[in-house]
Design a binder for this molecule. Structure first.
Ligand SMILES: NC(=O)c1ccc[n+]([C@@H]2O[C@H](COP(=O)([O-])OP(=O)(O)OC[C@H]3O[C@@H](n4cnc5c(N)ncnc54)[C@H](OP(=O)(O)O)[C@@H]3O)[C@@H](O)[C@H]2O)c1
Length: 255
């Protein structure tokens, strides 16, 4: 039995590793999806790799109010409804100590990760509230939203801020059965983790070995394990969960 039959999901960062894997899962579970990202070619490739008539895409920058307004209008015009918002687009920014971190880089990461998530919610909450079946909003944060990490102050600050946005929006949605939750993955086997490792001067294998030693379960999460959590939060299986932070990190957050 499929868990998301007839549902429509908007997924920002839809061409990235987590967005694309989750989109594929949602479609397998009966949903239609609209992938959102800035680069149309990457979106087209992601949609082609998924290969379903239920996979649509729209190029927009989540930090641009007008582009996101138009994006949501496209979703409603194309799919006729909206049930699930996966606010997942994000950047990790540079690796630098606070004293060396460029202010422009800090402002950039806050604009995309925080303001962009705010804009995504701003343009979708009223639609979800008006949906007689309610809705589910999932924000992709990170372990970086739960604890500090040296040399990643922009990323860590932006991901901590998302918890506050999630909690306020969850309170606003509760009366209308719109649930808002946040997933905080630890390192996932993905190109973003490899890129962070490269910024620290390590190969993907070297970085994976180093980081895995700090994780009680001793390994990265797989993209499929992230999709499992996304499916749970998007579906009725989590119908009484709202305002929650869900770590997905092999036990790292309890340290
Ligand atoms: N991978 C991990 O280990 C990990 C762990 C914890 C949390 N996360 C979080 O999970 C989310 C997805 O990560 P991922 O691993 O799938 O990364 P990814 O492969 O780099 O995907 C991120 C996507 O976000 C899009 N994006 C970036 N800025 C955007 C903007 N301003 N407007 C619209 N789209 C934008 C990018 O597409 P364009 O560049 O084409 O716009 C890209 O497709 C991120 O929020 C990340 O912080 C990842």
């Amino acid at each position: 039995m499929t868990q998301l039959a007839g549902k429509v999901a908007l997924i920002t960062g839809g061409a990235g590793d987590i967005g694309r894997t989750t989109a594929q899962r949602f479609i397998e579970q009966g949903a239609s999806v609209v992938l959102v990202g800035r680069n149309e070619e990457r979106l087209q490739q992601a949609a082609a790799s998924i290969g379903s008539e239920n996979c649509h895409y729209y190029a927009a920058d989540i930090s641009n109010d007008e582009q996101m307004r138009a994006c949501v209008a496209f979703v409603l015009q194309t799919c006729k409804r909206l049930d699930i918002v996966l606010s997942n687009a994000g950047i990790s920014g540079p690796i630098a100590a606070v004293e060396d971190y460029a202010t422009a880089d800090f402002e950039d990461i806050m604009r995309i990760n925080v303001t962009g998530t705010f804009i995504t919610l701003k343009h979708t909450m009223a639609i979800l509230k008006a949906n007689p079946e309610g809705g589910s909003v999932i924000i992709t944060s990170s372990g970086a939203g739960l604890f500090g990490l040296a040399n990643l102050s922009g990323y860590v600050t932006s991901k901590h801020a998302l918890t506050g946005l999630m909690r306020s929006t969850a309170l606003e949605g509760a009366d209308d059965a719109v649930r808002v939750n946040l997933i905080a993955p630890g390192p996932v086997k993905s190109s973003m983790t490899d890129a962070i490792g490269a910024d620290f001067g390590m190969t993907p294998d070297e970085y994976e070995k180093l980081i895995s030693e700090t994780i009680p379960m001793g390994r990265y999460a797989s993209l499929d394990e992230v999709a499992d959590m996304m499916q749970f939060l998007a579906s009725d299986a989590s119908r009484y969960c709202t305002g929650c932070v869900f770590p997905l990190d092999g036990g790292k957050a309890m340290h």
